[in-house]
Design a protein around this ligand. Structure first.
Ligand SMILES: CN(C)c1ccc(C(=O)NN)cc1
Length: 325
């Protein structure tokens, strides 16, 4: 259908990349429901920064127009970031097209982006109020394309070590099982944010971590970053699991039989498969948990959550739908 693109995982499902046509040039971008800038590796970057990357060259696009004096500068939760100038061009993903989409051209990127050679930039899908362009804030691709869509939605169908998809304009019932639950989203901070205060470990009792605790649905974050109480209670059920500062969080024997994790999304429990919480090997015996404790007071449900749950983002009524897949 119109607006359907593949989502291909990198090694260890660290991030998912999708092909986007910008002014006739195809770049693989990281679709990020946790931020609101569409920025690309550009021909203005140093050779050191662009080696191994596909870059967007505005001079090779007939439809590019500079926005005089506009700049962007973005930093992410993991300390990475990018900055540069801004123009508009035609952006087409899987047939869904915006003719004058703000495209932010990086003139500087942090080392983690330089090293991530499969990544040619990010396509932000959070709310436009988080966009960093100055002096005039710009709209996200989703905001711009929404009026032309059959339904004001996009969906994320991310898979463990397999190609999934993002789709704009419809919720494909063939992509999930059972009923889809929709919950209202609190857009105050500009995220796809909802209350998530309850959890259960395996078939254990449902308990409250922190009354009123909030979480965001963030396709641009690899792991689930949950309340410390959730992480502690979960790994207490995993023999020989330890919180290893050197590894950067909870690790456990790779052959552990991991329990499922139940998290509430606006009051309805969603399941994260225990097998998805075995994220990556860190040494001969041990593996790193796909769910870790967040230091902040906002939980981040990243790609590990999406591997068990098909998610629909409804920009028409600011709601989030989820269902097992
Ligand atoms: C370094 N890279 C590829 C990143 C990509 C996305 C993010 C992020 O926090 N998105 N919500 C951080 C870093």
């Amino acid at each position: 259908g119109v607006g359907l693109v593949t989502a291909t995982p990198e090694q260890n499902d660290v991030e998912y990349l999708s092909p986007v046509d910008i002014g006739g040039q195809t770049l693989n971008l990281d679709f990020d429901s946790g931020s609101s800038d569409l920025w690309v590796f550009s021909s203005q970057l140093s050779t050191a920064a662009t080696t191994g990357h596909t870059v967007y060259d505005p001079n090779k696009s007939q439809s590019f127009a500079l926005i005089q004096g506009a700049t962007f500068s973005i930093s992410y939760g993991d300390g990475s970031g990018a900055a540069g100038n801004v123009g508009t061009d035609t952006v087409n993903l899987g047939g869904a097209t915006v003719t004058k989409q703000a495209v932010e051209l990086a003139t500087a990127v942090s080392q983690s982006f330089v090293e991530d050679t499969n990544n040619n930039g990010l396509l932000g899908l959070a709310f436009s109020k988080l966009n960093t362009v100055k002096p005039a804030q710009q709209k996200t691709f989703f905001d711009n394309v929404m009026p032309s869509l059959a339904e004001p939605v996009f969906t994320a169908d991310l898979k463990k070590a397999a190609v999934g998809s993002y789709e704009f304009g419809r919720v494909d019932a063939a992509k999930f099982t059972g009923a889809m639950t929709f919950v209202p989203v609190n857009t105050t901070q500009g995220f796809w944010q909802f209350t998530s205060e309850k959890f259960a470990v395996g078939t254990g009792a449902v308990q409250t971590s922190v009354a009123g605790s909030q979480a965001i649905a963030d396709t641009g974050t690899t792991l689930i970053l949950a309340e410390p109480a959730v992480a502690r209670a979960y790994y207490a059920q995993v023999p020989n699991a330890v919180n290893d500062a050197q590894a950067g969080g909870f690790v456990f024997p790779c052959n552990s039989n991991l329990p499922d994790l139940m998290l509430d999304i606006g009051g309805t429990m969603a399941k994260v498969s225990g097998s998805d919480i075995n994220f990556a090997q860190v040494d001969a015996q041990n593996c790193f948990g796909g769910m870790q404790a967040t230091p902040a007071n906002l939980q981040i449900y990243g790609d590990i959550f999406f591997k068990s749950n098909f998610v629909a983002f409804n920009g028409g009524n600011s709601s989030l739908g989820f269902a097992p897949h």
